[in-house]
Write a protein that binds this ligand. Sequence first.
Ligand SMILES: [Zn+2]
Length: 239
Amino acid sequence: MSRQFSSLLAIAAVAVTLTPAPALAQSTAKEVDCTQVKCVALTFDDGPGKYAGTLLDTLKKYDAKATFFLEGQYVKSRPSYVKRMVKEGHEIGNHSYKHPDFTKMTATAIRSEIQKTNDEIKKAAGVEPKLLRPPYGLSGVLTSEVAAEYDMPIILWTGGSRDWESKNEEAIKKQTLTVAKGNSIVLMHDWVKQTVDAMPSIIKTLQKNGYHLVKVTDIIKHENLKPGDTFPLPEGWDK
Ligand SMILES: [Zn+2]
């Protein structure tokens, strides 16, 4: 068999194997337009946490997407969860390497926290985060400037589940459903076991009420955010 003919055969074989893929890709990559339908972005900070695997199973079961703001140190110790998050269509954001307060740091130190975390995420899952959430949601001019260097907007939240505080399944569910309104960005933590335990019930209720569980990017798509911009703006900040 000529070399040319065998490579043609190889291409044909690949094409045959790939044939069903476009249809599948279309159905899973269905775009959600949050200006037309009700959307909520659930975000999980400080992970990947111990219970990330269970959380990912739940999200998959209900075809829900989430955004994970990861800490570099845990990306390093639990890379397989990060790989799975990306593979299953979730969004990854940068939440520093070791969770320091950026407002007490130099630009060089902030840069190092962001860079080290980006490097671990790239190594674990082959992607580069496009969103930054500074630890405790605290930032200032310096953090904005460094975020801009990395082409990232700063993403805070519109409401919190207060899960780290209550550590109570019913309270987490109640608080989450209270703050989950149209186009909200909800803060949660996948290291809180009660949060992960409450997720099936939270997702079922939100979906029953007509919400699409989407990535942060779907919510901010129409905000025209520039790198270094903060969204949502904390109360009292001028645009
Ligand atoms: Zn945090």
